[in-house]
Design a protein. Structure first.
Length: 334
C-alpha cells in the first residue's frame, strides 16, 4: 500500500513528524522506571517486591527493545549519527542486541510479511495450538529456560574457538564485533550500580528479568502481532493491532507497540504517533478493513483454539533460520 492511498498529505505530515525531545524522554522514562524498580527492592527487600521489580524491569527491557526498533527505522532522532549511537548504547546493547543486525533482519520481515520467506514466520505460523502447549511455552519463558538457551547460543557464537587458519587478531575482531558493545554496555551498567553500592542488583534485577520476564513479555507481544491473522496477502490483515488497558500496555505493549498493523502500513511513523495514525485510519475509508482485536486476552483465546488432534504442537514451519542479534534460533518446540 502507498501511504498516499491511506491518508491525506496533511495527515501524513502530522504522523511522520519526528521529535528529538520525545525520543529522549521515552529513553529516559525506560531507564528511570528500571532504576525505580531496583530502588524499590533495595529499599524493601521482600519476595513480593522482588517479583514486582523483576516484572517491571522485564517490561522496560522490552521497552528498550521497542525503542531500539524505532531506532532501526531511523525514527528516534533526526541526526542519524545520534540515532545510531543512542540505539546501540542505550537500547540495543544493554539487552544483548545489535541494532544494525536487527535492522537487516527486520526490514526483510517488513518486505515479506507472512510470506514463506518471512524470517518472523516461525513465530506465528505454528498457531493455533492447544492451551497445554501454550502454557508449556510460557513456563519455559518465565522459568528462564528459553532465555538461557538463547543467550548460551549467542555467547557461543560470539566467543567461538579459534580456527586453525585464524590468527589471534582475526579471532579477537570477531569477538569484538559480536560481543564487544554488549559487554561494554553491561559493564557500564554494572559499574554504575557498584559505585552506588548495589552491585548485586545487576544479577538479581537485570540478568534475571532478562532471562525470564523479558522473554515472557516478548513472546506474548510477538504472538499478538501476527499469529492467526487469517490473510497473509492482505496488507490490512497480515498484522494485528491489539487494544490494551493501561496496565496491560505497561507490561505487554510499552510505547504503543500494540498498534502493529498501522506500523506495517506506514512503517516510517514514530511510535508516539501510532495512536494518532490509528485514529486517522479508523476514521478513513479503510477503517473497517484493519485487523483490530479488543484485548490481548481475546488474542490468546484465539491462538489456543487448536483441537489437539495433532498433539497440540501446531503445524511445522518450513522456513529459513531466523537471525536475531547474531543468534540463530530454530523453530520453537511445542
Amino acid at each position: 500500500m502507498r501511504a498516499g492511498d491511506l491518508l491525506s498529505e496533511e495527515q501524513l505530515a502530522d504522523v511522520r513528524g519526528r521529535c528529538d525531545w520525545k525520543a529522549a524522554a521515552l529513553i529516559a522514562h525506560a531507564w528511570a522506571t528500571i532504576f525505580a524498580a531496583m530502588a524499590l527492592f533495595a529499599w524493601w527487600p521482600h519476595v513480593l517486591t522482588f517479583v514486582l521489580a523483576a516484572a517491571i524491569v522485564g517490561s522496560r527491557q522490552l521497552g528498550l527493545s521497542i525503542l531500539m526498533h524505532d531506532g532501526a527505522h531511523g525514527l528516534l532522532f533526526r541526526n542519524q549519527r545520534i540515532n545510531h549511537l543512542a540505539s546501540q548504547w542505550l537500547l540495543a546493547w544493554p539487552v544483548g542486541t545489535d541494532m544494525p543486525t536487527y535492522r537487516r533482519y527486520h526490514l526483510r520481515h517488513h518486505a515479506r510479511t507472512q510470506q514463506d520467506d518471512d524470517p518472523d514466520l516461525v513465530l506465528s505460523a505454528p498457531f493455533p495450538i492447544t492451551r497445554a502447549s501454550f502454557y508449556r511455552k510460557l513456563w519455559r519463558d518465565i522459568s528462564g529456560q528459553t532465555g538461557y538457551a538463547q543467550r548460551s547460543a549467542q555467547i557461543a557464537a560470539g566467543v567461538r574457538p579459534r580456527t586453525a587458519a585464524e590468527d589471534l587478531a582475526a579471532w579477537w575482531t570477531h569477538v569484538k564485533d559480536k560481543m564487544g558493545g554488549m559487554l561494554a554496555a553491561n559493564a557500564i551498567l554494572f559499574g554504575l550500580l557498584a559505585v552506588a553500592g548495589y552491585w548485586w542488583l545487576y544479577p538479581l534485577l537485570w540478568l534475571v528479568p532478562l532471562l525470564t520476564f523479558f522473554q515472557l513479555f516478548l513472546r506474548l507481544r510477538n504472538i499478538a502481532e501476527h499469529a492467526v491473522v487469517g490473510d497473509k496477502d492482505n496488507p490490512f490483515r497480515h498484522a494485528r493491532t491489539t487494544l490494551a488497558d493501561p496496565l496491560t500496555s505497561f507490561f505487554l505493549a510499552p510505547y504503543w507497540v500494540n498498534y502493529h498493523v498501522e506500523h506495517h502500513l506506514i512503517m516510517w511513523v514514530p511510535c508516539y504517533n501510532l495512536p494518532k495514525l490509528h485514529r486517522f485510519l479508523m476514521a478513513g475509508p479503510h477503517g473497517d478493513k484493519l485487523l483490530v482485536s479488543p484485548s490481548y486476552l481475546d488474542v490468546f483465546r484465539l491462538v489456543t483454539a487448536a483441537s489437539g488432534s495433532d498433539g497440540g504442537r501446531g503445524k511445522r514451519v518450513q522456513t529459513e533460520r531466523r537471525r536475531y542479534s547474531g543468534l540463530v534460533m530454530e523453530e520453537d518446540p511445542a
